[in-house]
Design a protein around this ligand. Structure first.
Ligand code: SAH
Length: 319
């Protein structure tokens, strides 16, 4: 999954109508603007105007560009650090945010200031492991020649205690790469100050279920066919990310739906304000708002979690 996604992202810009999928910042400028205001509000209340903005997997740089414009309204213009492996997407990001600094990994982010880190649809692209409960015990589900096959080793110690006795055939997923990224960034935030905003599709585990999926041309596809040409994702376990951050001294927010978060941040007021300056756009603005917020669209499946340094104030949007 790691190799297939690395090849996939390195060779194309998958976003938008002509690509394979679309994301919240590409649907509407309001998404990035509200996140920019969320950041500005948090940094001002934390009295940390010298923070750096960090984004993991920034895509086309749209979220960052919209967030920066909104932050500028509050006279905040942080240095920008992007963690991005795809050369194709780096080029797009350079057009959107020319002043950014780029990193291949999280290892060389600034270590002398608070960080406010944003990750939208990043963790779902990281490789997962799947385990299946069989009559002989828990086994890892591995990729054979275009099929799944179970390994021989007992994997019970990878399984959360609550799921140990799940029915035979149950699948449990873990994302060790995502947990490691969260652990390392949480240690940094505990040392340097700051906060981490994670938005993605997912659930609050522990839970069973096979969520591995492939997307091509805005439709579902077989994840084992044509590796490197389809977007492979898995749902993100937000309870796991919160626990990993908490164990390193951060305070996790409740995990809320994207619909609740954007509504609490004032997306309806933003629709009204944009419509006032351009009444002809009213219908489009409402359609975009509904895509982001309505439960049957992105509003419920997508979740939002914020983790903050223990002495930082509570971020907006989770009450
Ligand atoms: N956040 C953007 C793009 C989401 S797609 C948006 O919401 O529109 C996933 C992004 O993560 C892409 O930019 C992809 O190149 C990047 N990415 C995927 N795996 C990565 C990895 N292991 N390290 C760094 N970036 C990665």
């Amino acid at each position: 999954m790691a190799a297939a996604n690395a090849a996939y992202y390195a060779s194309r810009d998958p976003l938008g109508a002509a690509g394979d999928f679309i994301t919240a910042p590409e649907i509407s400028q309001m998404f990035g603007e509200l996140i920019g205001l969320w950041i500005a509000d948090l940094a001002l209340r934390a009295d940390a105007p010298d923070f750096a903005y960090v984004e993991l997997g920034p895509g086309r740089g749209t979220l960052a560009a919209d967030a920066l414009r909104a932050m500028a309204q509050a006279r905040i213009a942080p240095p920008i650090h992007f963690v991005e492996t795809s050369p194709v997407l780096r080029e797009k990001q350079r057009e959107a945010v020319p002043q950014a600094h780029w990193h291949d990994t999280i290892d060389n982010l600034p270590d002398d200031r608070p960080l406010i880190i944003v990750a939208n649809e990043f963790f779902d692209a990281l490789p997962i492991r799947q385990y299946e409960r069989t009559g002989r015990g828990w086994r890892e589900r591995m990729v054979g020649r275009a099929c799944f096959a179970l390994g021989d080793a007992e994997c019970a110690n990878e399984i959360p205690a609550q799921l140990a006795d799940a029915p035979f055939g149950s699948i449990v997923e873990r994302c060790p790469v995502g947990d490691a990224i969260m652990a390392e960034l949480a240690e940094r935030l505990a040392r340097q100050g700051g906060a981490f905003l994670v938005v993605d599709y997912g659930y609050e585990g522990p839970a069973t279920g096979d969520t591995l999926q492939a997307m091509t041309a805005h439709g579902y596809a077989d994840p084992l066919q044509a590796p490197g040409t389809r977007d492979l994702t898995a749902h993100v376990d937000f309870a796991m990310l919160a626990a990993t951050g908490r164990a390193r001294g951060l305070r996790p927010s409740p995990c809320v739906t994207q619909g609740a978060f954007l509504t609490a941040l004032g997306i309806d007021a933003r629709v009204a304000s944009l419509a006032r300056s351009n009444p002809a756009r009213m219908e489009d603005l409402r359609t975009d708002r509904d895509r982001l917020v309505m439960p049957e669209q992105m509003g419920r499946l997508f979740k939002v979690l914020a983790l903050r340094h223990a002495v930082w104030p509570e971020p907006a949007g989770f009450a």
